[in-house]
Design a protein around this ligand. Structure first.
Ligand code: TTP
Ligand code: MG
Length: 354
């Protein structure tokens, strides 16, 4: 049985802008092109949505619905950076991450050992980390089938999550309206309705040849989904290259003993992170990164195939004695460089030829 989490940020671009400029929080806000250039709305905050402002709507139309609407042009590169920070959080829980857009991703947590493998608790923790560290809210869906996880993430949006447990899957699917299935747009939903198909139960009661005749590939896909079959897998965007942890201290420190106190906590955190990601055998190098009060930073690394407390301590002491020059320490980072896992195809090929 698989466990999937679908994460979707709440009014993502608008949420980032509200974080950067909190006075927008109480005002209707949209990101979009200017009305005089036939601009469209990318997204709107939830206040603007109460006026009917929506993604893909012409900006001119949006202003008619909400005359006080604040419209910002948007800054995609900044949203990309934030998206990367969100992915950094995801990677604490699993390497199997498939981004659907900047603000949306599937995570396969079937083999994650965090929280005893409870996908519900993992989803909660991811949302908490996003909130605590990035000051943004996310919604999540949890299910044993990918398409259900995606549908579930919308149910308690914003800032909520919804779990479909394995024994709820059947009844959930039967009651599921077809227009909620990703890939079924307005036009198809209308066509389905005319033929008497409103829910997955209607599809289940129909027959496959008829569905294929009327809808082609989509017919097969609907039939499968209605029967709880979705054998797609999370295709991860990249192979992880490093795992590291770091902490910026509340106050700069000048005392070695105090340093070792923070070091110990970080080391344990790194150990957990490595174990959670099943990465112990992939370690090739270890490093220590220290940032000083003047914001200059230094990194020292060594070749190592294991996580070794004394080796990390040794690297730290060398930085402390040799490179600190009386400066206070502001940030401590402990990291590993990993070798890439062999792609699965390659493993299978070599098995075939062995
Ligand atoms: P969505 O997740 O569809 O929307 P959202 O995050 O703004 O709001 P929700 O709380 O309903 O999830 O899209 C994510 C971002 O992608 C969105 O902030 C802006 C951008 N986007 C566009 O630029 N054009 C579009 O038509 C849509 C739908 C989104
Ligand atoms: Mg979103």
């Amino acid at each position: 049985m698989k466990k999937f989490i679908h994460i979707d940020m709440d009014c993502f671009y608008a949420a980032v802008e509200m974080r950067e400029n909190p006075h927008y929080k109480t005002l209707p806000l949209a990101i979009g092109g200017p009305p005089d250039k036939r601009g469209v709305i990318s997204t709107a905050n939830y206040i603007a949505r109460q006026f009917g402002v929506k993604s893909a709507m012409a900006t001119g139309q949006a202003i008619k619905l909400c005359p006080n609407l604040i419209i910002l042009p948007g800054r995609i590169n900044f949203y990309k950076q934030v998206s990367e920070q969100i992915h950094e959080i995801f990677r604490r829980y699993t390497n199997l991450i498939e981004p659907l857009s900047l603000d949306e991703a599937y995570l396969d947590v079937t083999n994650s050992r965090v929280f005893d493998g409870s996908a519900t608790l993992i989803a909660q923790d991811i949302r908490k980390a996003i909130y605590d560290e990035l000051n943004l809210t996310a919604s999540a869906g949890v299910a044993s089938l990918m398409f259900l996880a995606k549908i579930a993430s919308d149910i308690n949006k914003p800032n909520g999550q919804f779990v479909i447990t394995p024994n709820e899957v059947n009844s959930f699917i039967e009651g599921l309206e077809l227009r909620k299935i990703p890939g079924i747009g307005k036009v198809t939903a209308e066509k389905l309705k005319i033929l008497g198909f409103k829910t997955c139960l209607d599809i289940k009661k129909s027959n496959l040849p008829f569905l294929v005749q009327k809808f082609g590939k989509l017919g097969i896909s609907m039939w499968n989904k209605a029967h709880g079959i979705d054998d797609r897998e999370v295709v991860s965007d990249r192979v992880r290259k490093s795992i590291s942890v770091e902490k910026t201290l509340n106050e700069d420190i000048y005392d070695w003993k105090e340093f070792t106190h923070h070091f110990d906590i970080l080391y344990r955190e790194l150990e957990q992170r490595i174990n959670r990601n099943d990465a112990i055998q992939l370690i090739r190098k270890i490093n220590v990164k220290i940032k000083f009060e003047d914001f200059k930073q230094t990194t020292l690394e060594m070749v190592s195939s294991e996580l070794n407390y004394l080796a990390y301590m040794d690297l730290s002491k060398r930085v402390w004695d040799g490179r600190r020059n009386m400066r206070g320490v502001r940030t401590i980072g402990l990291g590993t460089i990993l070798s890439a896992k062999e792609p699965i195809e390659k493993q299978q090929l070599s098995l075939m030829f062995d």
